[in-house]
Structures are given as C-alpha cells and as structure tokens.
Ligand binder design. Sequence first.
Ligand SMILES: [Zn+2]
Length: 237
Amino acid sequence: MQTELEALLALQSDDVVIHGLEMRLAALEPRVRELDARRTRLSESITRSGTAVEAEEKKQAWLRDKLAEHKQLIEHNQAAMDHVKTLKQATAAAAQMEQAKMIVAADESDLLALNRRLDDVRSSLAAQRTELATVEAALEAARAEVATEKAEIEAEMVTARAKRTGTAKAVPAVLLGKYDRIRGGKKRTEVVFAMRGMSCGNCDTNIPMQRRHVMTSTAAIELCEACGVLMYFTPGE
Ligand SMILES: [Zn+2]
C-alpha cells in the first residue's frame, strides 16, 4: 500500500516531467522567431538598397546625358575655332574651348565617382540577396524541424498528462488541493521537500521542536511557514 507521501512524491515527479516538456515546447518558437526577425531585417535592407541603386542609376543616366551635351559643346567650339578671322576671335574661341574642356573633365570625374558608388550599392544588394536566400532556407528547415519536435513533444505530453491524472487519484483530495494551490501560486516545479535535519529542505528555516515532533510521530506533510512549500520528515535522515 502506497503512503500519502509516496503518492504525493509520485505526483510531483509526474509534474516535473510535464514541466520539462513545457520548457521544451516553449524553447521551440524562439528558434524560428529569431530567423524570422533576421529575414524581415534583410528584406528591409534589400528594399533600401534597391531604392539606392535606382536613385544612382537615374543620376548616372542624367550625368551621361550632360556629358554628351558638353562634349558636343567642344565639337561646336572646335568648328568655331576653324572659322575665326581675327586674333580677338581666336582668343575668345580658345578661352571658350578651355572652359568646355574643364566642364567635360568635371563631368567625367563625377561620372567615375558615381559609377564606383553604384558598384558598391549593387554589390551590397547582391550580398544581401544571397544572405536572404540562406536565411530563408534556414528558416524553412527550422520550421520543419520545430513542427516535427512539437508533434513529438505534444504526443509525450498527452501520455504524461494521462499518467499524472492516474497518479493524482492516489493523493488524498485535501492534500492534492493544497499541493496544486502551492504549485500554481509559486509557478515552480517542485514544492514538496524532505526536511534537512531540523530545517526546511528548501529554505533551511529551522522548524520548532513542537512541530517537528508532530511531523515525525504522525508522518504528516506540513507547510513551511517561511517559504510555503510542503515538507516531510524522512526517518533516519
Ligand atoms: Zn521553507
């Protein structure tokens, strides 16, 4: 015949198993969530990089047009220089030519800098896309893995809960009520502790002689007034 204490300890060990399963279930989601957050951040970066590439491409097209226009200006000036009649006209044409060449040189250097910038944003966009593909693959794998593990844990949980229901039947109703209340209120795994010598096995508070005497003589399971757990006395310990 199982004693009250044995029944209670068996119940507690069932609850420890259930708690372990709950912890495992709770640990599953964060694995997916982290990857999902990374994917979102990457998608946002890709959108930003895409916008930057478009803006730089527009500037590039505009700069190329401007350069072409200014190069035409040089050709015009060249033609004008071929037809000058006087020294004064020649001097003016040469000055204009000099200015046009400077403008074209400036355009070319602007375009060069812009091309470099465009290369940079394009390659960072490509790198982000590659990373996104990696993260998406990892996310898919993690989702499948989590789903499998979740199903396994849930199946174990059904068994563990059924076992717990059976075990609970052997615990006297009043004691069971007390145990469940303490466990629910404290949100902790273990609430039944063996006494350590003359003290509570959980908080080490010394138990008065009078109570200790009652506990040892009646094998009663008592509440620790200091920390609120259930204590029991084990003979010979
Ligand atoms: Zn205590």
